[in-house]
Unconditional design. Structure first.
Length: 1101
């Protein structure tokens, strides 16, 4: 009996379905379909069964148990939900086809399996059509491939006509990258294709796409009668070539992950390359990784196409290959493939408060979107599993009705699948994840991104954001929520996370700029002729450095370069890019060893020579790893005999137009403050604050600075001998040329003046005996200070102490006795003195102990370290000693006496001015306690959230105050010193405290280390008191570790403003003598000269 007609959903039917060596292999005979059928009862033998009959008379026999297919029924479905279907509870049939029965790949003969694959390719002749989508007023009037897909197809095909080199296709997420792969496969009738993807989830997704050939038939690009390919998912590594043959010869397409393919033996990989005619790599920004590159290089004789939305990485590595098509994000958005992205910000320093604010904003946005009729979902992104668990608890507490789910790689696979299914069904509206839904994950309903922890690179952020931009008629605009107070974003993302930023516009600009850089790189490298085989140009990353010559020629002569290289061996090159006027070659040079006259043993040096002629400016740039000369002969050979180097004052024009310029190194022949042979000023913002008197009669030797140019942090170094450089390494050769152009434009600009820069030079004096000067302090060697404080360990009498808990102290403030000092830890002291000998200076222990210092794996005595790296001993007159070289202020460079009106007078009633420290007992009558009480009473928590007792060996200061004011990080360092008696005119009361004030200047350029130092000091005291069985007494007089961490986050975005205070109640303002004023003036000058820090003095009446 024929029943009413029903629209029934039939499951897909496979021609091949099974596993071969545990790897799934399938061929789809017929996709899952909706068909109008009539239900009919039929007799099969003596059993009444149900059948579904189509309009053409063909039918499907339904059974709820496995039977032998009757001969008269060509289609028999073992139905898992037959009862529910017959009762009308569902129109979707689930189950498996008994007839036609799918072939089992493991049971097929390899020759027969290969014949099936070949039959598919043969049937595709003429089956593909270049059918392009047609739009009118943003509506599709004719289906077909999207314009970016057609463009990518033509780009790859035209490339293949001329080259077998790897091709790169750039298509933003959501513009149809996978369909482009399918179209290429069908158009070229690829005999056997290997597709490599980064994840298992993406492998399964891409495999399903190839099984059905996606939308190609629906779009009219592939004939509806065309058979579908045999697709294998390589989930397990083949052990040998025979297993590769069995799997690959049974498939038209094999999809796998790099985790599988990359771990196969070289023999197995090579056999894969022999059997596959083409290799597609999806998410190809991974190709820079070694495993990816090695695998791809096996296919050097095959056609390789790399597909990616992000062909760049922030680590400087690029996707290799010819960029054959680049579809900008700007165009994708303008043509409607992407929805706009709105940006909603929160501004919370505290992470817990930020998480709460982000979650509340995301939940409110979800409610608003769903109220507007959009079935949107929230993805909350976290950096790691503990953070994700914590954030998930917040969403669970705030919105339990939204059934938030947590996804990470610790969740079992079955549970992960179930949680994702809940999202897809709409049972859950929020997912908290740790990078689980990135590459290849397709759930367009994800429209709200709650970024609890931002990605640190542009590439990953773009990919992540692409998940939210996909356009669909039933979906609204995407929203991203982030904490703009979080400083942990990369510099390339600063604009993206800025206040009130239009993410839609900025995302587009950042992505397009990065892809254009990739296109520029490919075009630049392709322009080189006679490229050497020995070295890949893509693997050359020159330092940003050059000597620059002015030329007068009309044509450069790169062919003359080798004529002046003499007998130097040319290892690679020369190769010339005539379009961009770049010449490159590599030499192998042999130098005698430095330790003897041994002719059979020589050092081998490999040197890069990179030359660029800027035709417009007439400048020739030479970059070479050989720094032994400025390469004048080479410059004149290439740029003409009249080529002259740009040096002297002109070279300092390279600093022009760098905003917020901070001189990190300023070299003068004058050594008034820091190092021998020349004065190396280290600190921030010192240029405008150095005393005017010391800007005269001095000469610059070199400068190194950092700042901001065009919104990007830059570094610039320059030497009066003619070299300019940057600390950065070029990402590629084109980037070096761009850097050269920027430098050349400055160097050739006659409107740039360098008149107000330091001049003049003085040389150090070699001394054979102790200088007749009062030593104020002994400072650690510069190399020690450059290291992290916890990277150095000091041991005295068997007791090991971290560097941050140690201090060097001068112990004898005289002009004639040996210079004596000690190294102090919380519990131990080792005493030393300087002894001058004919061979130099020795640092000799005078007490019972000799300190041992360990740096890395090397342990030496303090004296041994100091003989190798001398400490700086600073004197009251402003000079200092390193080893046997003494630097003193130049004659005529006197300083004005310290203005006594700058001394603040305090009332020290009730204070024992012979007691300096409060100690853990917080002695009420100590100088430090009075200072702390005054600071706590006279300042608010808004002004200085942190007031810290840092007293003890290794201190930054006795008291450290930190706050934020007017966009600046305000740091006050207070140095206290006890008096030798009642307030008066004793210069001895100032020696030690002035030395401490001078020592603290290095924190000006090490703000992050200062915050670490304070945290370590608090933790160190807590640990020591716990070991002693005593209750902890915090060093925080105001604030705590949490407040300190919050300030640390802000500090990275703020300009520092330091002030140093000397607190000496034994100093009488009324009774000051010239020697005291002179010592204060020397200290003031040192602070301003080296670190732009003003000195403040607190004393008595």
């Amino acid at each position: 009996m024929t029943g009413d007609k029903r629209l029934v959903h039939f499951p897909a039917r496979y021609s091949i379905d099974g596993k071969l060596l545990k790897n799934p292999i399938r061929q789809l005979a017929r996709e899952a379909s909706h068909e109008e059928v009539a239900s009919e009862s039929v007799m099969v033998g003596r059993r009444a069964m149900q059948a579904l009959v189509r309009a053409d008379g063909s039918g499907v026999l339904l059974t709820d148990r496995r039977i032998k297919a009757p001969a008269e029924w060509g289609e028999v479905l073992l139905c898992h939900n037959l009862e529910a279907f017959l009762d009308g509870g569902t129109d979707t049939l689930t189950g498996e086809w008994i007839s036609p029965q799918a072939a089992k790949p493991q049971a097929q003969d390899l020759t027969a399996a290969s014949a099936v694959c070949q039959a598919v390719i043969s049937a595709w002749v003429g089956a593909f059509t270049f059918r392009e989508e047609q739009r009118s007023a943003d509506k599709i009037v004719e289906t077909g491939l999207r314009p970016p897909q057609v463009g990518a197809l033509f780009g790859v095909l035209s490339h293949w006509k001329a080259s077998s080199a790897p091709a790169t296709v750039v298509m933003p997420t959501g513009t149809g990258k996978t369909e482009t792969m399918l179209a290429l496969h069908a158009r070229e009738r690829i005999e056997r294709l290997l597709v490599i993807v980064p994840t298992g989830a993406l492998r399964d997704q891409i495999g399903e796409k190839f099984l059905t050939m996606g939308l190609l038939k629906l779009l009219g690009a592939l004939d509806t009668a065309a058979p579908l390919p045999v697709v294998g998912l390589l989930e397990h590594k083949p052990r040998d070539s025979d297993e590769v043959d069995a799997i690959f010869r049974s498939c038209n397409v094999v999809v796998t992950t790099m985790a599988i393919a990359g771990q196969c033996s070289e023999t197995v990989q090579s056999r894969m390359a022999e059997l596959c005619t083409h290799l597609f790599i999806d998410e190809a920004h991974h190709i820079s990784a070694r495993t990816w590159s090695t695998m791809r290089d096996r296919f050097i004789l095959r056609h390789v196409v790399q597909f990616t939305a992000t062909p760049f990485r922030n680590d400087g590595k690029h996707v290799d290959g010819k960029l054959v098509f680049n579809y900008p994000l700007r165009k994708a958005q303008s043509e409607g493939y992407f929805k706009e992205i709105g940006f909603s910000s929160v501004d919370e320093i505290d992470q817990d408060e930020a998480d709460l604010a982000i979650a509340e904003t995301a939940i409110a946005q979800l409610a608003a979107d769903q109220a507007a009729g959009f079935k949107h979902l929230v993805m909350a992104r976290c950096a790691d599993i503990p953070r994700a668990r914590k954030v998930h608890e917040i969403y669970q507490r705030l919105a339990p009705e939204r059934a938030p789910v947590l996804l990470n790689n610790k969740v079992p696979a079955g549970e992960r699948s179930e949680r994702l299914a809940r999202l897809r069904r709409g049972d859950s509206h929020i997912v908290v994840c740790v990078d689980m839904l990135g590459e290849g994950f397709d759930l367009p309903e994800l429209k709200i991104a709650a970024i609890h922890d931002p990605h640190k690179s542009l590439a990953i952020t773009l990919q992540f954001t692409g998940r939210f931009t996909r356009s669909r008629s039933d979906l609204g605009d995407a929203t991203m929520i982030a904490n703009i107070a979080d400083p942990g974003v990369g510099e390339a993302l600063q604009d993206l996370y800025a206040v009130d930023a239009d993410w839609n516009m900025l995302l587009r600009d950042l992505s397009e700029g990065a892809n254009n850089r990739q296109a520029r790189r490919s075009e630049f490298l392709d322009a080189f002729q006679d490229v050497p085989d020995a070295v890949s140009l893509r693997n050359i990353f020159p330092k940003m450095s050059a000597v620059v010559y002015r030329t007068k020629v009309q044509r450069w002569r790169p062919e003359q370069a080798l004529s002046v290289m003499g007998n130097t061996e040319i290892h690679a090159g020369p190769t010339i890019n005539e379009r961009d006027k770049v010449l490159l070659f590599i030499t192998r040079e042999y130098d005698p060893v430095a330790w003897g006259d041994v002719r059979d043993i020589r050092n081998t040096e490999w040197h890069l020579y990179l030359i660029h002629w800027d035709e417009q400016l007439g400048l020739l740039y030479i970059n070479s790893s050989n720094k032994s000369s400025t390469h004048e002969e080479l410059a004149q050979a290439v740029g003409g005999a009249e080529a002259t180097i740009i040096k002297g004052e002109r070279i300092f024009r390279s600093l022009h137009n760098v905003n917020r310029l901070v001189l990190t190194n300023l070299g003068l022949s004058d050594v008034i403050n820091e190092r021998l042979r020349f004065s190396l000023h280290v600190g921030s913002d010192i240029t405008d604050t150095l005393p005017e008197a010391l800007r005269l009669n001095k000469r610059k030797t070199n400068l190194f600075a950092h700042g901001y140019q065009d919104g990007v942090r830059v570094t610039v170094g320059c030497s009066q001998k003619g070299r300019v450089w940057s600390m950065s390494t070029a990402q590629d050769l084109a980037a070096w040329v761009d850097w050269c152009h920027a430098m050349g434009a400055k160097l050739s600009d006659e409107a740039i003046s360098t008149a107000n820069v330091f001049k003049n030079v003085i040389l150090p004096v070699d001394v054979a005996e102790r200088p007749a000067l009062v030593a104020l302090l002994i400072d650690w060697p510069e190399e020690f200070l450059k290291r992290s404080e916890d990277a150095i360990l000091v041991t005295i009498d068997g007791e090991q102490t971290s560097f941050f808990d140690t201090e060097l102290q001068i112990t004898d403030f005289t002009t004639d006795a040996p210079i004596r000092f000690r190294i102090v830890t919380p519990d131990k002291i080792a005493d030393y003195e300087l002894r001058f000998t004919s061979e130099g200076v020795n640092y000799v222990p005078t007490g019972a102990f000799d300190a041992q210092i360990r740096i890395g794996r090397t342990t030496r005595s303090l004296g041994d370290w100091f003989r190798r790296e001398p400490p700086a001993i600073r004197f009251a007159n402003g000079g200092y000693l390193e080893g046997t070289e003494l630097f003193v202020p130049p004659a005529g460079a006197g300083r004005n006496p310290f203005d006594r009106d700058r001394i603040a007078v305090w009332d020290w009633t009730g204070v024992d001015i012979t007691k300096e420290s409060q100690h853990v007992e917080k002695r009420a009558d100590s100088i430090q306690r009075r200072l702390l009480d005054s600071l706590l009473a006279e300042t608010t928590a808004d002004e200085f959230p942190i007031i810290f007792d840092d007293d003890d060996a290794g201190e930054a200061a006795d008291v450290v105050c930190i706050g934020v004011r007017d966009g600046r990080l305000v740091v006050r360092l207070y140095h206290c010193k006890f008096a030798g008696g009642q307030a008066g005119a004793r210069v001895e009361d100032l020696y030690a405290v002035c030395g401490q004030a001078q020592r603290s200047t290095h924190w000006r350029g090490m703000v992050p280390e200062l915050f670490k130092h304070l945290r370590r000091r608090e933790e160190g005291r807590k640990s020591r008191m716990a070991k002693a069985g005593r209750a902890h007494v915090t060093r925080f007089e105001r604030g705590d570790v949490k407040v300190l961490r919050d300030l640390d986050k802000q500090a990275r975005l703020l300009m520092p403003e330091f002030k140093v205070y000397i607190v000496q109640p034994g100093l009488s303002k009324a009774g000051l003598v010239t020697r005291q004023l002179d010592l204060l003036a020397a200290t003031d000058l040192y602070l301003t000269d080296t670190s732009a820090i003003p000195l403040h003095v607190i004393g008595s009446a």
